[in-house]
Design a protein around this ligand. Structure first.
Ligand SMILES: Cc1cc2nc3c(=O)[nH]c(=O)nc-3n(C[C@H](O)[C@H](O)[C@H](O)COP(=O)(O)OP(=O)(O)OC[C@H]3O[C@@H](n4cnc5c(N)ncnc54)[C@H](O)[C@@H]3O)c2cc1C
Ligand SMILES: NC(=O)c1ccc[n+]([C@@H]2O[C@H](COP(=O)([O-])OP(=O)(O)OC[C@H]3O[C@@H](n4cnc5c(N)ncnc54)[C@H](O)[C@@H]3O)[C@@H](O)[C@H]2O)c1
Length: 450
């Protein structure tokens, strides 16, 4: 133990921090996390967990709807009760995680952390020192600097809505909007989605996104692209968002225009640590300009997706670096992306759009999975897979449009990471009848033999 109060101090307690904190504590280090809000960060309290809890019955409803023509009624969702359940369950995480960290012997210092020198953090007037500091302060929803911005709500508000409004306008057709819009639409609400880009979900395959937009339009949603909101006004019976050539009226407006890194009031500038809305600039060891100060998770300025698993990966990498278990630069494996629309769209590795642009490097195999496997797909006839192979025949990318995409995505990620051949797949037994089994069946003839 050094002369500092702690070996490692984390600013934040989300996935970018708590995985590394636990690993370091278990290796015998003295560790604390500074947290100004709830234990566990965005994903646990205001993001993934709350979202997926609310999504649960929608997934079943979507499945039942496929049997409607066979005389089976589609169940109704009681949003009010669902929200009460969400508040109870997710609300319990904050104290529960506090106890968990305590059990591990990790101190949580409540308050706003601000660096004062390379080894010291001020927390609301009290200072704490550490040999290493990890900044994992995350990101927040962006707010457009336009008149009437205060009338727009953000993801936190939507995930707390006791009553679903009758009409909703989503500004931005990214992951947050598309996931929320799917739920509102399934509840029979009037949904409009606008974006200043020419398409939705830019990071997902164009064909699958077009299928999703068409499906949502068939359910009554309106999409408007190339629309930039310049002001929002409140009227007696709702709100109106104005773009360059149109106006959109709704009871409730959700802004989902991206997320901005939390880099303000952290004392970064005084220490010469470069940062912007995109995040803190780090080297390939996740070190800032001050080598004993690392950055992790959503607050990092990076090209890879800002997701919970990437934050966790970085948190563990930093812990291993501090413990001297690695001196290598960080190397990310392929990163699975999944948008929880109804059905899901998934993408991992080389993207479909990139593969199509480089036929000299990649082969693209599209399988209309739902049509050939309707029986195993529970009548999900639209389900579709795209496999991307390199010239040697290894799987290097995949995309999925299916309610079951989440299940199969991790399997495909494994095949890519482990560079599996047809022979590798033949050496294993998979459960039957499942989508994964059918995916293996579809992959074997096209993968490198051995
Ligand atoms: C609605 C929504 C849905 C999402 N769904 C998914 C999903 O399905 N899958 C997925 O992989 N990702 C999802 N994400 C993204 C995921 O939540 C983030 O990538 C993840 O939370 C990043 O973790 P982090 O620890 O870097 O940041 P955060 O979880 O944001 O944690 C940062 C913590 O730092 C604290 N903090 C900030 N500044 C200070 C300070 N100065 N002093 C003290 N404490 C401070 C904050 O209070 C916060 O608790 C979603 C995000 C949102 C908003
Ligand atoms: N399932 C998941 O993995 C998941 C779910 C939710 C959130 N997240 C995380 O949260 C991040 C942010 O999500 P998001 O949906 O806010 O961002 P996003 O980057 O996915 O989408 C933002 C959208 O807003 C549009 N936009 C930006 N400015 C605009 C403007 N002025 N007018 C109209 N449209 C505008 C962009 O063109 C884009 O389509 C994600 O990138 C991801 O890191 C992940």
């Amino acid at each position: 133990m050094s002369n500092y109060d702690y070996d490692v101090l984390f600013i934040g307690s989300g996935h970018a921090c708590n995985h590394g904190a636990i690993a370091l504590k278990m290796a015998g280090k003295k560790v604390a996390m500074i947290e100004e809000d709830k234990h566990g960060g965005t994903c646990t309290n205001y993001g993934c967990d709350a979202k997926i809890l609310l999504d649960g019955p929608f997934e079943y409803q979507e499945g039942f709807a496929r049997y409607h023509d066979l005389g089976m009624p589609t169940p109704e969702i009681n949003w009010k009760n669902l929200m009460a359940y969400k508040k109870k369950l997710i609300g319990a995480f904050d104290p529960l995680l506090g106890q968990t960290f305590e059990k591990y012997g990790i101190e949580v210092i409540k308050g706003h952390g601000q660096l004062t020198d390379p080894h010291t953090v001020d927390v609301d007037g009290k200072t704490y020192s550490a040999e290493y500091i990890v900044v994992g302060t995350g990101a927040r929803d962006s707010s457009l600097p336009i008149p009437g911005a205060e009338y727009m709500h953000h993801s936190k508000d939507f995930l707390d809505l006791d009553e679903m409004p009758d009409s909703l306008l989503f500004v931005g057709a990214g992951v947050i909007s598309m996931e929320f819009a799917s739920m509102a639409l399934a509840l029979g609400k009037k949904v409009t989605v606008i974006d200043f880009a020419p398409r939705a979900l830019a990071q997902y395959p164009e064909d699958y996104v077009a299928m999703m937009v068409k499906k949502m339009e068939d359910m009554g949603a309106t999409f408007a692209f190339n629309q930039s909101v310049s002001k929002v006004e409140k009227e007696a019976d709702g709100y109106v968002a104005y773009t360059q050539d149109q106006s959109f009226k709704a009871d409730y407006i959700v802004e989902g225009t991206g997320r901005v890194a939390n880099v303000e009031n952290l004392g970064l500038e005084a220490l010469g640590i470069e940062a912007s809305r995109r995040g803190i600039v780090v080297n390939d060891h996740l070190q800032t300009a001050v080598p004993n100060i690392f950055a992790s998770g959503d607050v990092v300025d990076k090209k890879i997706p800002k997701l919970t698993p990437t934050a966790e990966f970085e948190s563990n990498y930093i812990a291993y670096s501090i413990l001297g278990l690695t001196t290598d630069p960080i190397v990310y494996p392929v990163i699975p992306n999944l948008v929880f629309t109804l059905p899901r769209i998934a993408q991992v590795g080389v993207s479909v759009d990139e593969a199509k642009a480089h036929p000299e490097l990649y082969k693209v195999h599209r399988v209309p999975f739902g049509k050939v496997n309707e029986w195993v797909n529970n009548r999900e006839t639209e389900a579709d897979y795209t496999f991307i192979l390199d010239q040697e025949g290894y799987l290097v990318g995949a995309a999925v449009y299916s309610a079951e995409a989440a299940m199969v995505l991790d399997f495909l990620t494994l095949v890519i990471n482990k560079k599996m051949t047809a022979r590798d797949l033949s050496s294993m037994i998979f459960a039957f009848p499942t989508q994964t089994y059918q995916v293996v069946f579809a992959l074997k003839p096209i993968l490198k033999r051995a």
